[in-house]
Write a protein that binds this ligand. Sequence first.
Ligand SMILES: [Zn+2]
Length: 304
Amino acid sequence: MNNNEILQEPIWNNKHFLFNGKTIYFKNWIKNIKYVKDLFNDSGFKTIDEISKEICKKANVLCEYKIVKSAFKYIREKIHGYESKFINIKDKRYFNFTNKYCTVEKQKRKFFYEILLSKLFISPKHHNLYHKEYNVSKEMWKHIYQQKIKLALDRIIAEFNYKLMHNLLSCKKYMFKWKKESSDKCSLCLETEDMRHLIYECKNVSLVWNMVSLACKVNIQWKSIVIGFYFECNQSTRLLNNFISFIALKIYKYKMFCRLSNLEETEYSISNHVKKCTVLWCKVIKYSNYALKTNAIEHFIKLL
Ligand SMILES: [Zn+2]
């Protein structure tokens, strides 16, 4: 940027002017001081007394002035004060919206709606991952979302499914990466605890999943938990998908609860918790208007 361009730049929240690696913003300055040119006069960078006359609240002026001065450390030396007089700020500012530069003035709602749509249809990166791993084609996603989100029996299951599908849930692998845990290993199996391990492969949940497989007469795999059964859409697939998601949700919630309350999680305590929740859930489904057959769930309760 040349001096002319620098002087036309907005000061606040501008990534070019940083203090301790962060952008700066002082609400009380913004009325009269918006652009870099406003910080200069004929004799150069304005003094603290000159700035104080232009800002609304002066209580922290010394501290704020030092921060701004520091953010403009290198620019102050480069710019000659008199240049600021000749700067005319263009009223219209152009922004890059979905690869075209335009102003927001006089734009109708269609303009903003199209930006929103273009963002919505960027497919999540996990679609590619499932495509590689399980050969899930693009066309299949609408069936998967139909089964896992739209036909979910309650909002909590739908939310959980969405987070599970896009790897947004908490596990030691990520907590360790974010330096919130001292290890990424499962304390029971001593294997790296990712979502798959936490919900499906951990030693203390294998009993629950074996019983689900037995009761539903289907071999439940990790794929069935994450993206469900989506080739057919009928009442039995709806129940099966919801049942699997419900069990995964309860395992996840219980493990997180134990972690936060410093309780020991055992195979027995997890199975017992899942069983108790399932008994209640089964009753809710039975007496609701879903018209779903709960035989498999009742069988599961007996087995566990
Ligand atoms: Zn484990």
